[in-house]
Write a protein that binds this ligand. Sequence first.
Ligand code: MN
Length: 418
Amino acid sequence: MPLMKSWVASANSADTPFPLNNLPYGVFSTPDTDPRCGVAIGEMILDCQAAEEIGLINLTNDPLFDVPFWNDLMEQGPAVWAALRDRLTALLAAGSPHQSMVEPLLIPIAEAEMHLPMVVPEYTDFYAGRHHATNVGTMFRGAENALPPNWLHMPIGYNGRASSVVVSGTDIRRPWGQLKSPDHDLPAFLPCRRFDIELEMGAIVGTPSDGPITVQEADDNIFGFVLLNDWSARDIQAWEYQPLGPFQAKATATSISPWIVTKAALEPFRTDTPPREFELLDHLKDVGPMLFDIDLTVTLAPAGKPASTITRTNYREMYYSAAQQLAHHTTSGCPMNAGDLLGSGTISGPEKSERGSLLELSWGGKEPFTLETGEQRSFVEDGDTLTLTGAALGDGYKIGFGNCTGTLLPALKDPYER
Ligand code: MN
């Protein structure tokens, strides 16, 4: 499918992240309005609350957009998701008879402040990138034992903290924690010295479930995707992770991009998971292409300096799809809610330039890498701004995600000062 034409001129370029083919969902405010739901089109946002109030959107008996989050729409299920997308397309397409009514409801993105697009009831993070798991496992346990014996049979994950999820643009404070350096017998309580990022995609559950669901049902239940940065304190993690996995190392913050790109917009970009070494058990078997071809980059800008690209990779590098992760998550009977967020796991490609964390790029700090400014990095330094970008590239258009960015603030001098 080529670029779909809109009467919003800025939506018709090959470079805009938000053509009519995309229609991502966010929550925005302006100096004149409280946070509310909107859809991005070119350089503008259509105010969905205002459109519903004047009857331009009228899909359900109860209003969908009288609240500043998208969970209510998610709970309506795929038929209403499709109806809304059809209606928005009709309102914004070139030649739409509704242009004169819709035009006053457009706000420039540049004048809007973005908020979390949904309430996040639960957040789970996985570890499903084979190159990442192999790199990290090699550093921690040696090449022979890089992948744990379960890794090729199921997507490994941990239950994270929904309270840690923040919208792109939120500053991140370097945490304190209990650290143990290999040269000392006893741990110490200090500011993290190995603060890191993880380049991930976040899948958002739309349809709730209560009990085990199949991979196909899981794919059907997924509403959309965001970019996700799982900020990670590697020195805290190394000391705390055995025997129950990550805890405080992952609880400082998780940044997500402000626009939910719907699964519908990504349908043309489906790809297969990589070849499997072991056949998966039936409840996890692939039932179609359930990964997506999404180019991803990470840039690092030291304070006051230009940004350098430090990573380029693609979401198709994952070993398990979000649908397989969600299906696995429900095998225990675990209930899933509208708005639940599933981190993919760090996305690294096979090449050095495709690594999705500084831990891998600097090989545990042993091989610092050089930025375009000439500075070196092993981990994130105070004042650094890390930015994730992503886009699926179509024929003369792209499906962009908008940035997922955050700046690291220095640790507090005394975290217990009142
Ligand atoms: Mn992670």
